[in-house]
Design a binder for this molecule. Structure first.
Ligand code: SAM
Ligand code: SF4
Length: 409
């Protein structure tokens, strides 16, 4: 979501006549886009902001702005800590920065706006904010309540992305399954996917993140039916124990989650499913963690994003619950999940050996082309031609838990 927000702001600045600088030291405007989902992310932002102090010192006219989830409704404290930052903007509140930027640019300096190319695989937000208030999560406090974008807006943006070189879009939202409930005609994600499937030039459609309480059978059937929609679903379970799930305010039980995975795999046997999991939520006992571990063993996800619980000021968990799982225990649980998951992903990927997969080529790293399959597997291969943006067939010759390698068919 932050990537999409940054691209949108950059585009708006380019429309005013600004051009991308080679480094922050050369820039008239430096915007730091922040994530505070965990303390570790917040620490990274703080150290980046610290580094920008030198830039402000050597170029006092540079405009330094902080945007994103680090900026809450009150930012006096932030201002006290980072006095060299000129402007604080909540997520997507670009208005004041654009006003100032437009006043500052002189006609002589302005560069003609030529729409820049976008990557073959790009992002399009479809619903902003979140209404769920999971007790550990800061997002609803910083990104506000859910606001869906009308289907026509999304289609317009997707068309313009295609004109600028995109072949694949990932539709973004904290909970894409609740897309449309706030719009007049109450379309849902299935309606949006169906409309986008007919857009010329668009080759692949992805969407994330889904919420287990909101993923409907109609949506599952629609994904299975539409040829451009990738068979890849991001479905966080967060914890394997019902009491912990209730304390997290996730609104489903593990049995309901298991049944949902069963329904998805019945309709789409080759679907890839990734998930998110928090270890060391307040009160999580060893036995409760074991249930998360066993669920991973049982359901065998294609990818797991695992994080140690990190209290976020202002959330219900930080206010009303004790962060009582020791850091060493959290780390041990995290390490066990990572070791298990490496083994599971090794097994899943080994099965792809000698098969031929379709890959949308997204870039070149150290002379090797890379791209993804519809099931979100990263694939590397060699070829001397420029294949950027093309969909190619690759025969898989080597696998690892994190990526595949192959040769062009
Ligand atoms: N909306 C998605 C969902 O429902 O899972 C994900 C959004 S959240 C910003 C991304 C991931 O960060 C979550 O899935 C969760 O696992 C993790 N996360 C959120 N708050 C956290 C916290 N306080 N401590 C550790 N991990 C957290
Ligand atoms: Fe956070 Fe829960 Fe909303 Fe995801 S669904 S953004 S975890 S509150």
């Amino acid at each position: 979501m932050n990537k999409a927000d940054s691209l949108k702001l950059a585009d708006s600045l380019e429309k005013l006549g600004y051009a991308q600088a080679q480094s922050p030291e050369d820039a008239d405007i430096v915007v730091c886009n922040s994530c505070v989902v965990r303390q570790s992310a917040e620490n990274r932002v703080a150290s980046k902001l610290g580094a920008l102090k030198a830039i402000k010192k050597s170029n006092p006219d540079a405009l330094i702005a902080l945007m994103g989830c680090m900026v809450g409704p009150e930012f006096h404290e932030l201002h006290r800590h980072f006095p060299h930052v000129d402007m604080f903007m909540s997520p997507q509140q670009f208005g004041p920065l654009l006003d100032l930027a437009s006043k500052r640019i002189s006609n002589a300096a302005a560069v003609d706006y030529v729409p820049t190319e976008v990557p073959p695989a790009t992002f399009v937000p479809i619903i902003h904010g979140c209404n769920n208030f999971c007790t550990y999560c800061i997002v609803p406090y910083r990104r506000g309540r859910e606001i869906s974008r009308p289907i026509v807006d999304v289609v317009d943006e997707v068309r313009s992305m295609i004109e600028r070189g995109a072949k694949e879009v990932t539709l973004l939202g904290q909970n894409v399954d609740s897309y449309g409930h706030d719009l007049l005609e109450k379309p849902d994600l299935a309606d949006l996917l169906t409309t986008l499937n007919d857009v010329d030039g668009l080759q692949r459609i992805r969407f994330l993140t889904s919420h287990p309480k909101d993923m409907s059978d109609r949506l599952i059937e629609t994904i299975a039916k539409l040829d451009k929609v990738c068979r890849h679903i991001s479905l966080p379970f967060q914890a394997g124990d019902d009491d912990i799930l209730a304390a997290m305010h996730r609104s489903y039980t593990i049995d309901q989650f298991r049944q949902l995975i069963g329904r998805i795999r019945k309709v789409m046997p080759n679907v890839a499913i990734s998930t998110d999991l928090i270890v060391g939520f307040p009160g999580e006992t060893d036995a409760q963690f074991e249930k998360s571990y066993q669920l991973l063993e049982e359901l065998k996800f294609d990818m797991v994003h695992v994080a140690m619980y990190s209290p976020r000021a202002g959330t219900v968990a930080a206010k009303d619950m004790v962060d009582d799982v020791m850091p060493e225990a959290k780390k041990e649980r995290l390490d066990r999940v990572e070791v298990l998951q490496e083994k599971i992903e090794t097994d899943i990927n080994t099965r792809l050996l000698d098969s031929t997969v379709k890959v949308l080529v997204e870039g070149n790293k150290k002379g090797r082309w890379y791209g993804r399959t519809a099931t979100d597997k990263l694939v590397f291969f060699d070829d001397s031609r420029n294949l950027l943006g093309q969909t190619v067939e690759i025969k898989i010759t080597k696998t690892s838990p994190w990526s595949l390698q192959g040769t062009l068919v």
